[in-house]
Design a protein around this ligand. Structure first.
Ligand SMILES: CC/C=C\C/C=C\C/C=C\C/C=C\C/C=C\C/C=C\CCC(=O)SCCNC(=O)CCNC(=O)[C@H](O)C(C)(C)COP(=O)(O)OP(=O)(O)OC[C@H]1O[C@@H](n2cnc3c(N)ncnc32)[C@H](O)[C@@H]1OP(=O)(O)O
Ligand SMILES: Cc1cc2nc3c(=O)[nH]c(=O)nc-3n(C[C@H](O)[C@H](O)[C@H](O)COP(=O)(O)OP(=O)(O)OC[C@H]3O[C@@H](n4cnc5c(N)ncnc54)[C@H](O)[C@@H]3O)c2cc1C
Length: 558
């Protein structure tokens, strides 16, 4: 859970080579990387810039006389900063640098760069590299810094699958300007399943513990109840169980789309890039945020023991919450999706609704009302309505500001909170839709029934959570919202008997969970005592600090 120093080798270094190096280059590098004869990382973010990639400062200047690129770190803010595995483990990196050829700045490009000697592992001349120090979590990963002092690499170390620099300095452009960002899009497409997995771990611990923990009464005179029988506890945990499933289903779809994109790009078809970029930008933001919230609720649902490291939930939280920042800061990514939504609105206004992609076609279709009692399809129409309403409102605000003479960037900034709201609603619609479709495809009728209960819980929870939007224009009445509330409580109670099976079905072993509270055998109390006794402070009855500090203080006459 604390991370692995070679994680980025698998998660980004190899995928960057697969997607961006030419077949010829990969004959040289890929097998070596796969066999781990060389260890790599993905070095893009700098001390001064992470989000705004156009302002990366590391330069790769082509020297036509030697057919080499000269990598250079012009100032302190240009140091690479953060890359996982860079500090101590990697001897190679995919480095993203601003490419300059014949004095022309050609923007960020990826280069394979050797950092350390393959035998001694010592850093090479011209390279400054090290670890950036402890972090909130992930402390088994050596996130690092890296500087170049006019460091030379061969021309052929520019990753040349999609763009090239010929020996004479002729630049051959890629088929899409952002094709070099594919390693990021890949991680974003995997993040929904990855984060769903973190959420699932925390929930497994909290749900199991909630059936061991007895406290208080529901009906007086009986045995104290398992805390999982409280409606508030169910409300804290069960909607997140539904989300963990929903995120996993959504993630399967984005992973499939990324694989499709890779194949299509190789045939020169880049049409999926904008759609997938928008989709994964929104999804990674919503999923990481809701996962962090869900894990924190799971911790609180374990009361005092949840705060102990014996629960292990704090570690899961620390790792998961990193996802809100890495691979694109969440607000920044929501605004990327918003660009796509605003463009879609502009297309509709221009009478070009027919050109809209399938995920945004609903923006052009107005619905007057829904009959929620007819089932999940009607909830989908309600989600579409709130997303459409907010997307149009935010877009109109932006377009009005533009029309009033504001500069584009200023108008955008003044509309940005509303735009991020639209992006979240659009993404939550997508999550609900993929959840619905995935449940419909389940063949086993008993499994389908339980997952359908979770789906119902999800759509009622979500609609209630976005109720202000639906009430704003009178789309939903307050009596409809009462119905949604009743349904929510109905499904909390209905799911209760299956709650433990739902988390057990994720099949985390005790070794994976590392949680005293979440043990499979439920022997929580004996093991909490054993865990406490094993604390380093309990190695001796009297600590050296007693002689050193306590006694002088207690014996002092002052
Ligand atoms: C197999 C497992 C895989 C994953 C693991 C999953 C879960 C994790 C679980 C465990 C992890 C275990 C260990 C690892 C631990 C942690 C670390 C993992 C990874 C972290 C690595 C990193 O963080 S790498 C650095 C990431 N950095 C960023 O994400 C930077 C964010 N910024 C950007 O992406 C861009 O700068 C930008 C998109 C914000 C803006 O780009 P730019 O300025 O160049 O563009 P413009 O704004 O001008 O936009 C111009 C048009 O281009 C479009 N665009 C932008 N990007 C793309 C893209 N990628 N594809 C397609 N189109 C793109 C943009 O939309 C604009 O289009 P218009 O039509 O509107 O003009
Ligand atoms: C655990 C972890 C692992 C990482 N691993 C890697 C790695 O392997 N390789 C690598 O290269 N990098 C890595 N990073 C770096 C990471 O990708 C960046 O930190 C991330 O992309 C955010 O960029 P930033 O730090 O520049 O944030 P900033 O952009 O400085 O964000 C600060 C604030 O400014 C806001 N902001 C910035 N721009 C805008 C805008 N245009 N509009 C509105 N608000 C804005 C943000 O929303 C945020 O609130 C890692 C980071 C972490 C935490």
């Amino acid at each position: 859970m604390e991370g692995h120093p070679l994680a980025l080798h698998d998660v980004m270094f190899i995928p960057a080579l697969v997607a961006q190096a030419s077949d010829e280059q990969n004959k040289k590098w890929l097998r070596r990387a796969q066999r781990r004869e060389i260890v790599g990382c993905y070095a893009q973010t700098e001390l001064g810039h992470g989000s705004n990639l156009r302002k990366l400062e590391t330069t790769a200047t082509y020297d036509v006389s030697t057919q080499e690129f000269v990598l250079h770190t012009p100032q302190i803010t240009s140091l690479k900063w953060w890359p996982g595995g860079l500090g101590k483990s990697s001897n190679y990196a995919v480095v993203v640098a601003n490419m300059i050829v014949k004095e022309k700045h050609l923007g960020p490009h990826s280069f394979l760069v050797q950092l350390r000697d393959e035998i001694t592992h010592q850093s090479l001349k011209g390279i400054t590299v090290g670890d950036i120090g402890p972090k909130l979590s992930f402390n088994a990963i050596d996130n690092g810094f890296l500087g170049f002092d006019n460091y030379r690499i061969p021309r052929t170390n520019l990753l040349m699958r999609h763009s090239r620099v010929e020996p004479d300095g002729t630049y051959v452009k890629p088929p899409h300007a952002k094709i070099n960002y594919s390693a990021m899009v890949r991680v974003r497409s995997h993040m929904a399943t990855g984060q769903g997995n973190f959420l699932a771990q925390a929930l497994t611990i909290a749900v199991r513990y909630s059936t061991v923990r007895r406290q208080g009464f529901i009906e007086s005179g009986e045995q104290e109840v398992k805390v999982l029988d409280y409606q508030t506890q169910q409300h804290r945990l069960f909607p997140s169980i539904a989300k963990a499933y929903a995120f996993t289903f959504a993630g399967y779809e984005t992973i499939r789309l990324y694989e499709q994109l890779l194949k299509e790009v190789d045939t020169g078809n880049v049409s999926l890039m904008a759609d997938l970029h928008a989709l994964t930008s929104g999804l990674k933001s919503v999923v990481t945020h809701q996962t962090a919230q869900g894990i924190e609720q799971a911790r609180m649902a374990c009361g005092g023991h949840g705060y102990s490291q014996a629960s292990y939930i704090s570690e899961i939280f620390g790792v998961a919450v990193g996802g809100c920042t890495y691979e694109g800061e969440n607000m920044v990514m929501l605004l990327q999706l918003a660009r796509y939504l605003v463009k879609s609105v502009e297309q509709i206004k221009a009478g070009e609704s027919g050109k809209l992609g399938p995920l945004v076609a609903y923006l052009a279709v107005k619905v007057d009302g829904v009959d929620l009692e007819k089932g999940v399809e009607e909830y989908m129409k309600a989600f579409q309505h709130v997303s459409r309403l907010q997307t149009w409102k935010a877009s109109e605000k932006f377009l009005k500001l533009l029309k009033s003479g504001e500069k584009r960037e200023v108008a955008w900034n003044k509309s940005s909170v509303e735009l991020t709201r639209a992006s979240r609603l659009h993404t939550r619609l997508y999550i609900a839709e993929t959840f619905k479709r995935s449940v419909q495809e389940v063949a086993d009728p008993r499994l389908k029934e339980v997952l359908t209960d979770l789906l119902h819980l999800h759509v009622n929870y979500e609609l209630l959570d976005m109720a202000t939007y639906a009430l704003e224009d009178g789309f939903l009445s307050s009596s409809q919202l009462d119905y949604v509330r009743d349904q929510l409580y109905f499904y909390l109670a209905k799911i209760r008997p299956n709650a433990v099976s739902l988390v057990d079905s994720w099949e985390f072993s005790d070794m994976q969970l590392r949680s005293v509270l979440g043990r499979r055998d439920g022997n929580v109390y004996e093991n909490l005592v054993a865990w406490a006794k094993a604390s380093p402070l309990n190695k001796t009855d009297v600590l050296p600090s007693v002689e050193k500090y306590l006694k002088p203080m207690m014996n002092s006459k002052l």
